[in-house]
Design a binder for this molecule. Sequence first.
Ligand SMILES: Nc1ncnc2c1ncn2[C@@H]1O[C@H](COP(=O)(O)OP(=O)(O)O)[C@@H](O)[C@H]1O
Ligand SMILES: [Mg+2]
Length: 340
Amino acid sequence: MASLSLRNVVKRYGHGPKANQVIHGVNAEIADGEFIVIVGPSGCGKSTLLRMVAGLEEISGGEIAIGSRVVNQLEPAERDIAMVFQNYALYPHMSVFDNMAYGLKIAKRPRDEIRARVDKAAKILELSHLLERKPRELSGGQRQRVAMGRAIVRQPQVFLFDEPLSNLDAKLRAQTRIEIQKLHRSLSITSLFVTHDQVEAMTLAQRMIVMNAGHMEQFGTPEEVYHTPASTFVASFIGSPPMNLLQHAPGVAPGQILGIRPEHLDVGPDGWDVAVDTVELLGAERLVYARLGDEPLIVRIEEGAPAPRSGERLRVRPRPDRLHAFDAASGKRIAAPAQP
Ligand SMILES: Nc1ncnc2c1ncn2[C@@H]1O[C@H](COP(=O)(O)OP(=O)(O)O)[C@@H](O)[C@H]1O
Ligand SMILES: [Mg+2]
């Protein structure tokens, strides 16, 4: 096992004036055994970053170290990493056992060792009873576990996951998330997990890297990212529905943006006077889509509390200790929020 260091990592595709820079100096010190999620919208550079760690993409600038070893110049096979992709093609004509054993056979490990490693991984992944089956005889979730098994048997220093759950349906995705957490608890292998799904990121990460257009916007625990987003980008990307961002609410200082999450607005006899557009029923809660002046505002109302109807007006009060302030020009967080 090993720590992982990204030091001012840069990626450019192409050369000279036509070069397209897609990663802009990412710095992250990841401790041995940490589970890190890289999250951001499609095209922000998540896969590129992961592929540079894996050695599948050249590094244009900066340094990547696994443990104390700088790996910039090392071939993928020399980096002691294992990667699980979204499209984890299994060999269709091979059994589950042979699929999991394949990498070890290529590496010419002794038969007894291969048997032992595959059996151990199969046990962890609850695949022991399926080892003789072919991939076509498995469910989607089981196939995904075989793909993870293939990575586990390598006993790598670092696990890399690139959106491995994207092809699963919602229920299976939630189950597999729990399995990945269990797996990490039992193996404690340093892991980098890429996803565009902020729920996946929040539930899996010990710490998360939020990426936006090749920049690292924030690196912190899910709590830090949720409670003290470093920018309006993070504030609106993490959390569903996103944080309300208001420039014209009462009391907002010029040049600032006020942030308040939908769950931190209380309906009451006084406060902001908002116009209700629509109300969405989501089981345990309702989302009220409203307008404060000309700015959209989402209010979350708990089950049981009276909900307004569209066309009505509503008074809402932001909880003072839950306000966020951002600089309107840069989008960056301002330490002391404005008090409306
Ligand atoms: N081989 C390539 N050549 C040129 N540009 C690329 C290449 N691969 C990715 N890109 C560009 O790099 C950016 C980041 O891509 P990627 O890392 O795949 O994003 P993500 O995984 O976050 O969706 C995108 O703008 C993409 O078009
Ligand atoms: Mg990708």
